[in-house]
Write a protein that binds this ligand. Structure first.
Ligand SMILES: CCCCCCCCCCCCC/C=C/[C@@H](O)[C@H](COP(=O)(O)O)NC(=O)CCCCCCCCCCCCCCC
Length: 218
């Protein structure tokens, strides 16, 4: 019994992701970095349960999460408590390469932008998972969401590798099982809760980056 409790604790549960995104927004709609990275950590954990073919995607996401965590925990960490404060601090202190790659390849603004673009893919993918029929193929849903969003930022070779990895995604039911939420109805309900939260975080970040003209950081 104790063993099964322990292994349950270690299992990924989609609720982790939901909770992180629920905590992301402050009262005045700032996005807390701590919870944003916690959301990504949960997603990476999910990805890791799908097998090593997704390793190259997971590695990139982990690297980016680590950069943000180091900034948050570093000596200037107080400036990184929200995405808004990060953008202000890094822009005011010329810590971002705005037009071409240069001295700041790991700025918070650049790193977060990469995850932010992937968040749009996630929003589309989760929404299609929520509404799809029983016989839908997750590989097709995932590729459609990718082609409508993140793919335009990726070179051919990355698009090709991603496309091949998508073909190895488990089917809808196995996918729902890995989410570890419960019945299909419960998964669909939890997706219905998570998607608006993810959308709002996405939109606030998008508007902030647009306002500062930093949506194209190289
Ligand atoms: C369901 C599993 C499928 C996951 C597919 C995610 C979209 C495919 C992304 C392909 C990225 C390939 C790796 C390399 C990327 C980088 O070149 C590229 C640019 O970075 P750079 O400017 O520093 O070079 N990086 C990125 O665009 C960031 C990608 C971050 C991807 C994170 C994906 C996390 C997936 C989480 C799955 C969760 C599903 C949850 C369902 C309940």
């Amino acid at each position: 019994m104790a063993d099964s409790v322990t292994s349950d604790d270690q299992k990924f549960c989609f609720k982790e992701v939901l909770d992180a995104f629920r905590l992301c927004l402050s009262e005045n709609k700032e996005v807390y970095m701590e919870h944003y990275v916690a959301g990504w950590r949960g997603l990476v954990k999910f990805l890791n349960t799908l097998g090593s073919v997704f390793g190259f995607i997971s590695k990139d996401a982990v690297g980016k999460v680590q950069i943000l965590v180091s900034l948050l925990k570093g000596e200037d960490g107080s400036h990184y408590s929200t995405i808004q404060s990060m953008v202000k601090y890094e822009l005011e202190n010329q810590l971002v390469d705005l037009t071409k790659a240069g001295a700041h390849p790991t700025s918070g603004c650049r790193t977060l932008l990469r995850l932010h673009r992937a968040l749009r893919w996630l929003e589309l993918f989760l929404d299609s998972l929520r509404t799809c029929s029983e016989d839908s193929k997750t590989s097709v849903l995932c590729a459609d969401a990718y082609n409508k969003s993140l793919s335009k930022f990726h070179p051919w070779v990355v698009r090709k590798a991603a496309g091949m990895a998508f073909c190895l995604l488990p089917g809808r039911q196995a996918f729902f099982d890995v989410m570890n939420v419960g019945t299909t109805e419960q998964v669909v309900a939890m997706l219905g809760e998570a998607i608006p939260l993810i959308s709002e975080v996405y939109q606030i970040t998008e508007d902030l980056y647009a306002q500062h003209n930093i949506l194209d950081i190289p």
